[in-house]
Design a protein around this ligand. Structure first.
Ligand code: SF4
Length: 263
């Protein structure tokens, strides 16, 4: 576990991440608070990309709790069976839709406790919905944020709740709302689980992780591919757009950093 960073360093980290990505957002596709909730429930232990593929055909036929209940668990399963744990998720989506109709007039409540009382909705899912849909300064600690909190020294902790509490304490108020997205995107595209790409990381000089990955040129690692221009790759490039550090590490690609791809 890395040594805990100071508040000043934490502020500098968020400033860098904010400069690289001024308007961070979820990569899940949704059209309403209800479809956001369903997408987040489906995304547990699954990729946003996989969820978006499934909801692309699901949401046109079921974008309200009433339509979802009318669709039914079996047909819903047909739309989401490419997603891990889909049987359980189908059951939960139908049950939470029924509960929304019965107890909340078919609307998603702007209340953490009420959200967590819905089937299939835990603290992490409630935090995402509170943040994205209702603008709350919540941080949903998933595998990426848990790793970054510990690796960088931003918020070392043994459990996701420890890391969440640590991040809430050390994150300057101005960055609290965006923190969830900045950290998750940083973990997804730069500070990867197996081999963090420290050589192109905008916060490399601030991060307390000791075993930083050297630049590919220095140790013979393969250069990352920059041929494709998928949304994921554009986001990854943008997140690593730190002029000073890029100059220092000299990645081969001369592609310019682009504005964030809208979700
Ligand atoms: S320097 Fe490396 S370990 Fe630290 S945040 Fe960046 S990618 Fe992660």
């Amino acid at each position: 576990m890395a040594k805990k960073l100071t508040r000043e360093t934490a502020r500098a980290i968020y400033q860098r991440l904010a400069e690289a990505n001024p308007a961070p957002d979820t990569e899940l596709h949704y059209k309403s608070v209800y479809t956001l909730l369903v997408a987040v429930v489906l995304s547990a232990q699954a990729t946003d990309e996989g969820v978006n593929k499934a909801t692309k055909t699901l949401f046109p036929v079921a974008n309200t709790p009433q339509k979802m209940v009318a669709l039914g668990e079996t047909k819903l399963g047909g739309y989401i069976k490419t997603i891990g744990l889909w049987r359980n998720k189908a059951k939960n989506v139908i049950a939470l839709s029924e509960k929304l109709i019965a107890e909340h007039g078919g609307k998603v409540p702007n209340d953490r406790a009420a959200l967590e009382a819905l089937p299939g909705v835990g603290r992490k899912t409630a935090n995402v919905v509170m943040n994205v849909a209702f603008g709350a300064p919540t941080i949903a600690v998933d595998t990426h944020i848990f790793r970054i909190g510990n690796r960088t020294g931003l918020a070392p902790g043994k459990t996701p709740l420890d890391v969440e509490r640590g991040l809430e304490k050390i994150t300057p108020p101005a960055f609290l709302h965006g923190a969830h997205h900045w950290l998750i995107l940083h973990g997804r595209y730069i500070c990867k689980a197996r081999k963090p790409e420290c050589w192109r990381c905008v916060i490399a000089d601030l991060c307390a992780f000791k075993d930083k990955t050297p630049a590919p040129n220095a140790d013979g690692l393969a250069q990352p591919s920059v041929k494709k221009t998928s949304a994921k790759k554009k986001t990854a490039r943008k997140l690593s757009a730190a002029p000073k550090l890029r100059a220092a590490s000299k990645p081969k690609s001369k592609s310019k950093s682009k504005k964030k791809v809208s979700v």
